[in-house]
Structures are given as structure tokens and as C-alpha cells.
Design a protein around this ligand. Structure first.
Ligand code: HEM
Length: 162
């Protein structure tokens, strides 16, 4: 096992595998509310970078749904965090924000998509990761599209998987 890069110690609480504790809740003004399961994994190879994979599944059929993967970097000497993300929907994004205690609040800085991506297009994404006092991890995502203002899309709570 490789030692965690010193610069990433503030994010050590995120490392490992997380599984949805109960189904997450998806919503948006233009869609039917839905429930989903999700597994997150955060790992490293000693670089000043965390590698991550998020895999979502249908809560009842377990069919694979949304998937994301990417990298997390921190600006040395600051609490500034960047997520570099690729999504199976054809979206790529950079999100940046601040780490305060065990809470990460991120805002999309750049969003790009395949030329043939379905409409409406996402214009802006906000997400919050928070480690709760009970040891569970919570993720909330809101987004703005071509025709909807920033509105919550996802809320889910995870427990550590061993
Ligand atoms: C719908 C974006 C994560 C499941 C949508 C729509 C957008 C979107 C733009 C269409 C909204 C509309 O028609 O007005 C995103 C982004 C995500 C994300 C940017 C991550 C940052 C997820 C995750 C799931 C999910 C993790 C879990 C399964 C769905 C479902 C719909 C939907 C079921 C409705 C049906 C459909 O349009 O496919 N999402 N989504 N999304 N999303 Fe997400």
C-alpha cells in the first residue's frame, strides 16, 4: 500500500468505498421523481490526486444507470478543491470549491458535451459532499438546464462499505 500524498490529508475522510444506505432520491421539475442506488469509490496511487468512480443503479431492477469517474486535486497550501469529471451521458465538467472541515461545496467552472447530447443541456452544476457526525456521507446535487433555473436533482446518503 502506498502512503497518501501529504497534500491530500484534508480529504482522507473521503477515501474508500461508499454504498447508498437507502435509495437516493432524484427529482427535477421536468422529470418523474425516481429512486436509485449508488456506489462511490475514492482511491489514490501516491500522487497528489484522488481517483474516483460513481456508479448508480436502478433501485428496484439494479440496472446500471448514471456513471461518473474522474480525479480530485487540491491547490497546494489552500482549501481549494477541484473535481475533473467525465459522465457516461457524454458530459465532462470541472467543478471547484472549498473544503471546510468535512464538507465540500463545489460549483461547475466548465461544462462540455458531445455534439449529439440530448436536450435540455446542463448549464450549471452545484454539489455538496458532507461527512455527517454519524459517519455517513451525504451528496446533494442541483443543476440548471437550458430551460430550468438551479434546482435540486439528487440527494443520497451513503455508508462505508467494507
Ligand atoms: C434526467 C443531468 C446524475 C438519473 C436528467 C436530465 C439532466 C440530467 C440534464 C434531464 C432533465 C430534463 O429533461 O429537464 C444530470 C447530471 C448529473 C446527473 C448533470 C450529475 C451531476 C444522475 C444520477 C442519476 C440520474 C446519479 C441516478 C440514476 C436521472 C434520471 C433522469 C435524469 C432517471 C430522468 C430520465 C432521463 O432524462 O433520463 N439528468 N444527472 N442522474 N437523471 Fe440525471
Amino acid at each position: 500500500t502506498v502512503e497518501l500524498n501529504m497534500g491530500l490529508l484534508p480529504l482522507e475522510w473521503l477515501l474508500g468505498t461508499w454504498e447508498s444506505d437507502e435509495p437516493g432520491e432524484g427529482c427535477f421539475p421536468s422529470i418523474k421523481p425516481f429512486r436509485y442506488m449508488e456506489t462511490l469509490s475514492f482511491s489514490h496511487v501516491g500522487q497528489p490526486v484522488i481517483n474516483f468512480m460513481f456508479n448508480a443503479f436502478h433501485a428496484e431492477t439494479k440496472k446500471p444507470m448514471h456513471r461518473e469517474c474522474g480525479f480530485i486535486r487540491m491547490q497546494p497550501g489552500t482549501n481549494r478543491v477541484a473535481f475533473i469529471i467525465a459522465q457516461n451521458s457524454g458530459l465532462v465538467e470541472i467543478e471547484e470549491g472549498e473544503l471546510t472541515a468535512q464538507r465540500l461545496e463545489l460549483q461547475s467552472q466548465a461544462v462540455a458535451r458531445t455534439s449529439f447530447a440530448k436536450e435540455p443541456h446542463v448549464q450549471q452544476i452545484c454539489r455538496v459532499f458532507q461527512l455527517r457526525p454519524d459517519g455517513k456521507l451525504e451528496q446533494t446535487v442541483s443543476m440548471a438546464t437550458d430551460n430550468k433555473p438551479p434546482t435540486q436533482h439528487l440527494h443520497i446518503v451513503y455508508r462505508r462499505a467494507f
